[in-house]
Design a protein around this ligand. Structure first.
Ligand code: AP5
Length: 220
């Protein structure tokens, strides 16, 4: 299965991707996570993209598309060998040019997307979710200071590492990211609707209810 998760910042893409990865035996590919790992490790790519993430702007398409295809071509080997049942893109595509590049690249390889799952949610809820988000830089676990606090304040329940607040989770940057979503990513919804592969899920429900709604929509 080859899937895309799309939705505004804070819709719950990363949260739901973790469930889907396990349940459907997919490889989770998050462009945001790949960029953040490169920034943390001070690679050349990390240095090139750091300012875009800090400002809540999109990384240029040419850089992002090349990076995604490098990863997808590795993952496809695991799919062909039967090690994995497919992949799940979280945070890509985010522009029409990225969507075209994905479609064309897949067609060249004799492949196609099975579905694009939209996590639909109002903007007002997103700011609350992201201002309160804390993440573990060690294992990737995600918390919310009010709605889903860790057992010990500031410490990851899973691995005991100190939690951090993402640099782009400041209110002004969150609002910039939401604007970027509306301007550059929302046009993808009609693009995939025309292709007949867009599945809309109400993301303003509990994590478990969203997860069940995705399974129902995918019939998986
Ligand atoms: P990225 O890391 O992809 O960030 P994003 O899209 O802004 O999404 P988030 O990770 O903030 O939110 P999410 O939807 O995953 O929500 P989560 O599950 O964490 O991208 C970061 C940056 O990288 C971009 O701004 C850009 O600069 C660059 N970039 C990435 N991809 C790019 C691309 N393709 N092209 C160019 N640039 C790119 O949940 C959020 C919070 O809500 C958590 O606290 C969670 O616990 C809580 N929560 C989740 N679900 C629920 C629920 N159902 N109910 C209540 N709370 C919930």
């Amino acid at each position: 299965m080859r899937l895309v998760l799309v939705g505004p910042p804070g819709a719950g893409k990363g949260t739901q991707a973790k469930f889907l990865e396990e349940r459907l035996d997919l490889v989770h590919i998050s462009t945001g996570d790949i960029f953040r790992a490169n920034i943390k490790n001070k690679t050349a790519l990390g240095q090139e993209v750091e300012a875009y993430l800090a400002k809540g702007q999109l990384v240029p398409d040419s850089l992002t598309i090349r990076m995604v295809w490098d990863r997808l071509d590795q993952v496809e080997k695991e799919v062909v060998s039967g090690e994995k049942r497919g992949w799940l893109l979280d945070g890509f595509p985010r522009t029409l040019d990225q969507a075209d590049a994905l479609k064309e690249g897949l067609a060249e390889r004799g492949l196609a997307l099975d579905a694009v799952v939209l996590l639909a949610i109002e903007d007002a809820i997103l700011v609350h979710r992201l201002v309160g988000r804390r993440t573990c830089p060690q294992c990737g676990a995600s918390y919310h200071v009010e709605d889903q606090p860790p057992k010990v304040e500031g410490i990851c329940d899973v691995c005991g590492h100190s939690l951090i607040q993402r640099e782009d989770d400041q209110e002004a940057t969150i609002r910039q990211r939401i604007d970027v979503y509306h301007g550059q990513t929302k046009p993808l919804l009609s693009y995939y609707e025309k292709e007949g592969i867009l599945l809309r899920v109400d993301a303003d429900q509990s994590v478990e209810a969203v997860s069940s709604a995705i399974s129902l929509a995918l019939q998986a």
